[in-house]
Write a protein that binds this ligand. Structure first.
Ligand code: CMX
Length: 140
């Protein structure tokens, strides 16, 4: 099942500007920046409080015009694009969700931030919210 909110994902037009804004305005700390070619994103994890327990906002900028984030920005403009939950076992969680009748976007999990395994529930099957499931990489 779900363990906690992993992050809230926000689509932004310019990653560096957004990182700067979140640091200066909300006092968040940028703890990780990464490019994910497959997902077509450049992303930053912004830690909300003094520890990881406070959760994160993930800033998402498009690498390509045909990417999910570019399409989202074209259609909706900047804003919340996804809510992500940490799961212990993504295969089991996806199987359970599929049984409950929601569509998963991928047949098998793909690679997400920091070598996590990720999948998504289609927003049309979750009340208009793109739900991401994140199984963190086993701690190294
Ligand atoms: N949240 C809520 N609704 C959304 C949405 C989102 N993020 N993205 C699309 N929709 C809605 C659209 O508004 C549209 O609604 P209407 O039919 O009422 O107009 C509907 O979903 C379907 O739109 P679509 O044109 O078929 O869908 P897209 O081509 O925009 O693709 C989606 C939507 C979810 C399949 C695609 O964004 C996707 O594959 N997302 C998963 C990958 C992803 O988001 N990667 C970036 C983040 C990477 C990371 O987190 O690591």
């Amino acid at each position: 099942g779900l363990l906690r909110i992993d992050h809230v994902g926000v689509a932004v037009p310019d990653l560096d500007e957004a990182i700067d804004f979140y640091q200066r305005t909300f006092g968040m700390t940028c703890v990780h920046v990464e490019e994910n070619e497959e997902q077509g994103v450049r992303e930053a994890m912004m830690q909300v409080g003094p520890t990881r327990e406070g959760g994160c906002v993930q800033l998402l900028a498009a690498l390509r015009p045909d990417s999910a984030i570019a399409k989202f920005l074209d259609r909706s403009g900047p804003g919340v694009q996804q809510v992500a939950y940490t799961v212990a076992d993504i295969d089991a969680t996806c199987a359970a969700l599929a049984e409950r009748g929601v569509r998963l976007l991928y047949e098998a999990p793909k690679t997400g931030t920091a070598h996590s395994r990720i999948n998504f529930v289609h927003p049309k099957d979750a009340g208009g919210v793109l739900v991401e499931l994140v199984e963190p990489a086993k701690s190294s």
